[in-house]
Design a binder for this molecule. Structure first.
Ligand SMILES: [Zn+2]
Length: 121
């Protein structure tokens, strides 16, 4: 019976792979539609205010270790969620979960996170 017990957790970690494979365009688009709900939060005045508050708090300085770029053009700055909110309202609106990143660092970080998410599934 010991064997069974060790196999079970493995199955649980493998399962999500079935529903979602990298390159499965249909699934990706469907999941994107499901995200439309929280994506619209980014369009609210509340978010614009919070974003600006974070950028000012961090002095328009990229918080990425080793970067520290000061960017005067706020369109080149991103208020990034340190812990991905994945639709969690509390995390989304939590100012302490936000940091100012330059666009370059933000894009690099997101790409890395996505790769990590894939490989850990
Ligand atoms: Zn940066």
């Amino acid at each position: 019976m010991a064997k069974l017990r060790t196999i079970k957790p493995l199955v649980a970690t493998i399962k999500p792979l079935v529903g979602r494979m990298p390159g499965d365009e249909k699934t990706r688009l469907r999941e994107r539609d499901q995200q439309v709900g929280w994506r619209s939060w980014y369009k609210t005045a509340r978010w614009q205010q919070l974003r600006m508050k974070v950028l000012i708090r961090d002095l328009f300085t990229c918080q990425m270790v080793g970067c520290g770029k000061v960017e005067g053009d706020t369109s080149q700055l991103v208020a990034d969620h340190k812990i991905p909110h994945r639709g969690d309202e509390a995390l989304f609106w939590d100012e302490s979960n936000l940091q100012c990143l330059c666009k370059t660092c933000h894009d690099k970080l997101k790409q890395k996170e996505e790769r990590t998410a894939w490989s850990s599934r």
